[in-house]
Design a binder for this molecule. Structure first.
Ligand SMILES: Nc1nc2c(c(=O)[nH]1)N[C@H]1C(S)=C(S)[C@@H](COP(=O)(O)O)O[C@H]1N2
Ligand SMILES: [Mo]
Length: 271
């Protein structure tokens, strides 16, 4: 199999027809296109785990591994001295910068969509909830991994409070950072991601506010980021602003369930 290392559409939006053609072409020759998640990097790296991740389909993973199986957890001795940061390192968006200036005291996580009780939580409220701490390995499609210790509230705990409606099938994470820079036409290019309810209720799916016993650094997604431990790095949305329960993500942005997915990445990136 061959891997295209050329970013497909990191600087502009691929049109639907172009994307469809691209997907068809990729499917027909059995190749994968892996753009670097970091637009600034030119990484040629690649790890075998990615091949297995992208090849094992959503259904196969569900049948073979069991969606509730835990990702490996490590010990304190395995924690990297410096957890790598990737993608957006400091959001340039004015709204985020204002929140950052205020030490995130004005920040709130909005949780809504298909729920009985929409709510907004401050960082203090999230920190007061039961927490989970886990030392896990983060695998990025660019071919690097980093082991870090995360502390946060399980997404399942937050969902229990807002009570998803029976029609809710996916959780969408909305982030503060625009990926394509300031846009003249007001087009939304903020990072976003989505997971199904198996991952949403997975024990290791946490909304993390600490990395390595410190408040989550801005580089790694302050004040709150998702950890989706059974999936590749790009699923772990940083700079969370809003969580939405939806029935389908077809009508959201590019329709593929995430910023990178809209640019050709697999939606299901299980490892
Ligand atoms: N909001 C947001 N979330 C993001 C990204 C991003 O650019 N913006 N990059 C993703 C990618 S590709 C990776 S590998 C991880 C990097 O997380 P880190 O910076 O803590 O290493 O965040 C993911 N989540
Ligand atoms: Mo990544």
């Amino acid at each position: 199999m061959s891997i295209s290392k050329k970013p497909i559409a990191s600087g502009h939006r691929a049109g639907t027809s172009r994307r469809t053609a691209l997907r068809t072409a990729l499917a027909s020759v059995g190749t994968l296109s892996l753009a670097g998640c970091d637009k600034l990097s030119n990484t040629q790296g690649f790890v075998d785990v990615l091949k297995s991740a992208q090849h094992l389909s959503h259904a196969a993973q569900r049948a073979v591994a069991g969606r509730q199986a835990l990702a490996q957890e490590f010990s304190q001795a395995d924690v990297a001295a410096h957890f790598k940061a990737n993608g957006t390192l400091v959001p340039r968006d004015a709204e985020y910068q204002a929140l950052q200036k205020g030490g995130f005291s004005e920040w709130k996580l909005q949780v809504g969509g298909l729920v009985e009780k929409p709510a907004a939580f401050t960082l203090a409220e999230l920190r007061a909830m039961p927490s989970r701490t886990q030392i896990t390995r983060h695998d990025c499609v660019e071919g690097w991994s980093s082991i870090g210790k995360w502390k946060g509230v399980q997404l399942s705990h937050v969902l229990e409070q807002v009570k998803p409606l029976p029609s809710a099938k996916y959780v969408v994470f909305r982030c503060a950072d625009s990926m394509d820079g300031p846009s003249l036409d007001g087009r939304d290019s903020t990072y976003y991601e989505s997971v199904d309810l198996d991952d949403a209720y997975h024990a290791q799916t946490v909304l993390a506010y600490e990395l390595n016993d410190q408040a989550l650094p801005v580089n790694n997604g302050a004040p709150l980021r998702a950890r989706i431990e059974r999936q590749l790095g790009y699923k772990h949305a940083k700079y969370l602003m809003r969580i939405e329960l939806v029935e389908s993500f077809e009508k959201i942005r590019g329709g593929y369930g995430g910023y990178w997915e809209d640019n050709g990445y697999e939606w299901y990136a299980g490892i």
